[in-house]
Design a protein around this ligand. Structure first.
Ligand SMILES: [Zn+2]
Length: 77
């Protein structure tokens, strides 16, 4: 598979993914996806995104606290 954005090579990977659905941030572990080795573009299988959206809809997730690095570009530019 080649990247839609830059025609680079897409590599099949399994790992963690963060995504925003209706403004809410979700982290998904053990997701299979293709990643462009060149520009980092991510592509999910339709089945995989189906599963993710279904799980979110049915609230099949655990709530966890995370430390997320936050940047504020209003300061110190
Ligand atoms: Zn690319």
């Amino acid at each position: 598979m080649t990247c839609a954005a830059c025609k680079g090579n897409m590599m099949r990977k399994r790992g963690d993914l963060d995504l925003r659905v209706k403004g809410e941030l979700y982290i998904a572990h053990n997701v299979c996806f293709e990643e462009c080795a060149n520009c980092g573009e991510l592509v999910l299988d339709p089945e995989t995104s189906d599963i993710i959206y279904k799980r979110i809809k049915l609230k099949q997730y655990s709530k966890q606290k995370m430390d997320i690095p936050v940047l504020d570009l209003a300061m110190g530019i």
